[in-house]
Design a protein around this ligand. Structure first.
Ligand SMILES: Nc1ncnc2c1ncn2[C@@H]1O[C@H](COP(=O)(O)OP(=O)(O)O)[C@@H](O)[C@H]1O
Ligand SMILES: [Mg+2]
Length: 329
């Protein structure tokens, strides 16, 4: 029947709210059967982008297709193939997990036995089997998030939009959500997820778009994004703070990079793009008689990728954003 290679294709999507250009000409191409990560700080335009793609908001300009269907002209066909957590399926906290899913299944046209079967299947798959008959308001945050996702896939969608599925979750619950996403993709669903965490995009996404102020400022696999900022930051801690000036000179000379002094008087850091060179530089410190108490080579964080791409930190972007929001409110 259909031979689409891409689940989603967006060109020049724009959404304005008064003076705010929430989405400012975003292009996205999401291959079928993959996980696509939209990574950006608070206020970057992530939610607005996926709300347009999910037909919940009309774009101000630009166009997009989901499985070849135009999100404006053919919104019904688009809706038939997508689901979005917390939007189409809202969970009633006074009901049990089981009751919620059975009710949704019935709404989607399943017979009662079919709805029960599907609800059970989902509850067990998502580790909610034991809690199936308990009221949702007794669930932990992680359990509620899992139930939310279960509710959005009572009928398996071709594309699932997940808006910051793990924000606010503890590491264990985050891992459970990640497993669910992997399970869905194995079963053939295309997932577009937004996140503020590079690690999450890294763990899950085949490709990532970094967005800032409504624009896609970088796109690629996580490896491509990271190599664009170097392999990471070398953090060094010294036994004797008085050796820090010398250490700064040695590292700068050896690596040819700018060495930053941390607020901790015995710590310093610099960017490196090669693990071997970092190891050599540490060796050089020892040879110069500078005692190193600890060092680490960190992966770039979102903040660091962001800083490299935009020249400012994600946190600063967020602050500007919050001020704007307050001014609007
Ligand atoms: N309904 C709205 N009315 C006015 N401004 C909005 C509305 N929704 C979002 N915005 C603004 O659009 C920008 C992007 O918001 P959003 O898409 O929610 O970002 P994100 O999901 O990345 O945090 C922000 O400046 C936000 O304040
Ligand atoms: Mg958002």
């Amino acid at each position: 029947m259909e031979q689409q290679t891409y689940a989603i294709e967006a060109e020049g999507l724009v959404k304005t709210f008064g003076e705010t250009r929430a989405v400012d000409g975003a292009d996205l191409t999401v291959p079928k059967g993959t996980v696509y990560g939209v990574l950006g700080p608070n206020g970057a335009g992530k939610t607005t982008t996926i709300r347009m793609l999910a037909t919940l908001l009309q774009p101000s300009a630009g166009r997009a297709r989901v499985f070849g269907h135009d999100i404006v002209e053919e919104a019904d066909q688009v809706r038939a193939r997508i689901s979005m957590t917390g939007q189409f399926a809202s969970v009633d906290k006074d009901l049990s997990g089981m009751e919620n899913l059975v009710m949704l299944g019935r709404l989607m046209g399943y017979t009662k036995p079919e709805a029960k079967k599907r609800a059970k299947e989902l509850l067990y798959a998502f580790g909610l089997g034991e809690a199936a008959k308990k009221q949702v308001k007794t669930y932990s945050g992680g359990m509620q998030r899992r139930l939310d996702i279960a509710a959005s896939i009572v009928v398996t969608p071709d594309v699932l939009f997940l808006d910051e599925p793990t924000t606010g979750l503890d590491p264990r619950s985050r891992n459970q959500v990640w497993d669910i996403v992997r399970m869905l993709v194995d079963a053939g669903t295309t997932v577009l997820l937004t996140t503020q965490y590079l690690e999450e995009a890294d763990q899950l996404a085949d490709r990532i778009a970094v967005i800032d102020q409504g624009k896609v400022i970088a796109e690629g696999t996580s490896g491509e994004l990271k190599s664009s900022v170097g392999s990471g930051k070398l953090h060094v801690r010294l036994f004797h703070p008085e050796t820090r000036e010398l250490a700064k000179q040695v590292l700068g000379r050896k690596l040819g990079t700018v060495v930053e002094l941390a607020s901790d008087p015995s710590a310093l850091s610099t960017w490196v793009n090669d693990v071997n060179r970092a190891a050599h530089a540490i060796g050089e410190l020892e040879r110069e008689g500078i005692a190193v108490s600890d060092f680490s080579l960190g992966q770039p964080s979102l903040d660091e990728v962001f800083l490299t791409l935009t020249g400012r930190t994600a946190e600063a972007a967020e602050t500007t954003e919050n001020e704007e929001t307050e001014a609007q409110g």
